[in-house]
Design a protein around this ligand. Sequence first.
Ligand SMILES: Nc1nc2c(ncn2[C@@H]2O[C@H](COP(=O)(O)OP(=O)(O)OP(=O)(O)O)[C@@H](O)[C@H]2O)c(=O)[nH]1
Ligand SMILES: [Mg+2]
Length: 205
Amino acid sequence: MAVINHDTREVTFKLVYCGTPLGGKTANLSYIHRGIAAGQRGELVSLATAQDRTLFFDFLPVHTTSIKGYRTKFMIYTVPGQVCYSATRQMVLKGGDGVVFVADSQLDRMEENLVAWQGLQRNLAENGVALDDLPAVLQCNKRDLPEVAPLPYLEYLLNSGPRRLPVFPASARSGFNVFATLNALAQEVLHRFHHGCSVPRSLPA
Ligand SMILES: Nc1nc2c(ncn2[C@@H]2O[C@H](COP(=O)(O)OP(=O)(O)OP(=O)(O)O)[C@@H](O)[C@H]2O)c(=O)[nH]1
Ligand SMILES: [Mg+2]
């Protein structure tokens, strides 16, 4: 849920990268962190195991354009992908304004993709949110690898519901479509804010 601070003239949105275990959620955030000038972002905070698995979340604040004189801040989080951390995922997802689902395109990861996709819907439902009502983008990551599923197959698996999500083939390792994914979600979140929230009308003249 957008947080508006009239004193600091800031509107803050929470974006959450969810997805398949080891699909590349943290790699997305690392690339975003490297690609944004230091003045426009904070530090990337990660809590990981010795094997670099996300334990709790990764966190990166990013400042961007303004809404009628208000600075816009995106708080970007990842969740831990490992199956056992469902409760943590549910907690990190709370209050989210939008989600990116990072799928792993490798052919042998389809079952994990599906389980993670169903888990996301369950975690959101436990928070009283339907995925259909939330700005969301599907990223098919690891397209640089040789043994990947065709995009139509990934879409059939993860994106054949009544609401078709924007889809981005990507490589978080090379950076291909990492910012395109983030921008698509940010645009949808801002669009939703402008059309579904009374705040712009209540801003001081
Ligand atoms: N070839 C390739 N490797 C990738 C890509 N994205 C991530 N990886 C690798 O995949 C592994 C897992 O990436 P992470 O970003 O840690 O995955 P994650 O989704 O954050 O994993 P968890 O937090 O444990 O669920 C790492 O070795 C990454 O370097 C990609 O686009 N291409
Ligand atoms: Mg991670």
